[in-house]
Each structure stands twice: as structure tokens, then as C-alpha cells.
Design a protein around this ligand. Structure first.
Ligand code: DAT
Ligand code: MG
Length: 151
């Protein structure tokens, strides 16, 4: 497996419920590398672009209202197999179906308040990081733990 990038976002409910540290620490402890991080009030147009594949769904307007209802925490994470692994750490879309031990399984109860987003493919990881971060907001750095995580 190669090194990938994924876009992870703590949604407004996660921020309001004081879960920011808890959620960040799960990706950090797993061994992924944080390359971008900011608190951000998302404009409607950006939310619509981010979720454009869901435009025709009946829940789309509510989804946009939810994502823009307060600040989100935008993150870029890098690592070997990070895209699929982050989706596993996050758990199923409906928190009631998410396994215990996952973020949604442990911390949420409803699809419309599922506390966190994670990119679903390496291509979408790149697309979403480019959408949510400006040039200069991302850091490329060497983590000292590198050789202790990947041989
Ligand atoms: P995921 O966030 O697990 O990648 P998705 O990409 O299918 O799920 O949908 C994006 C978000 O849209 C999801 O986190 C919550 C909302 N959503 C999806 N399906 C929904 C539904 N049936 N009713 C209400 N909201 C839904
Ligand atoms: Mg998705």
C-alpha cells in the first residue's frame, strides 16, 4: 500500500459537543500524520460543492444546513492506506449501525448528526483537501515516529 491523503472533518455537532480532542486523538494514536488543521465556518457554496454527488437526494438541503450550522474542524491526514483506514475508524454512515470502537459507533446516534466526515477514495481525498485548504495551509513534515510505524 502506498502513502495516501484523506480529508477528515469534524462536523458542527462534534465541535458543539466538545469532541474535537477525542476525535483528533483517534487518528493521531493510529499513527497517521496531520498535514492540515483549521477551525472554519463553511460557506453554503463550499458545502454544496463538497457534497455535490448528493445534490439530488431529498436530504440534501438539510445536510447543507447542518454542515453550515456552526464551525467545523478541517483536517488533512497522510499515511499508508489512510483513506480506507480512516473510514474504518469513523464507522458506518448511520451511527446506529456503526460498530462499537468506531467514532460514530461510540459517539453518535443519528445519520443526520454523525459527527465526522472522511473521504471515500484517494482521488476524493485529493479533491476534498484541495477544496477545503488553500495553498500554504498544508505542511509537509517528517514525523520522528516514521520508522517505528512503517518498516
Ligand atoms: P458518509 O458520510 O459515511 O461518507 P455519504 O457520503 O453517503 O456517507 O453521505 C454523506 C452525508 O450525508 C452523511 O454523512 C450524512 C448524510 N446522509 C447520507 N445519507 C443520508 C440519509 N439517508 N438521510 C439523511 N442524511 C444522510
Ligand atoms: Mg461520503
Amino acid at each position: 500500500e502506498g502513502v495516501e491523503q484523506t480529508y477528515i472533518m469534524i462536523k458542527p455537532d462534534g465541535v458543539q459537543r466538545g469532541l474535537v480532542g477525542e476525535i483528533i486523538s483517534r487518528f493521531e494514536r493510529k499513527g497517521f500524520k496531520l498535514t492540515g488543521l483549521k477551525l472554519f465556518q463553511c460557506p453554503k457554496e463550499l458545502a454544496e460543492e463538497h457534497y455535490k454527488d448528493l445534490q439530488s437526494k431529498p436530504f440534501f438541503p438539510k445536510l447543507i444546513d447542518y454542515i453550515t450550522s456552526g464551525p467545523v474542524v478541517c483536517m488533512a491526514w497522510e499515511g499508508v492506506g489512510v483513506v480506507a483506514s480512516a473510514r474504518k475508524l469513523i464507522g458506518a454512515t448511520n451511527p446506529l449501525n456503526a460498530e462499537p470502537g468506531t467514532i460514530r459507533g461510540d459517539l453518535a446516534v443519528q445519520t443526520g448528526r454523525n459527527v465526522v466526515h472522511g473521504s471515500d477514495s484517494p482521488d476524493n481525498g485529493k479533491r476534498e483537501i484541495a477544496l477545503w485548504f488553500k495553498e500554504g495551509e498544508l505542511c509537509s513534515w517528517e514525523a520522528v515516529q516514521g520508522p517505528w510505524l512503517v518498516e
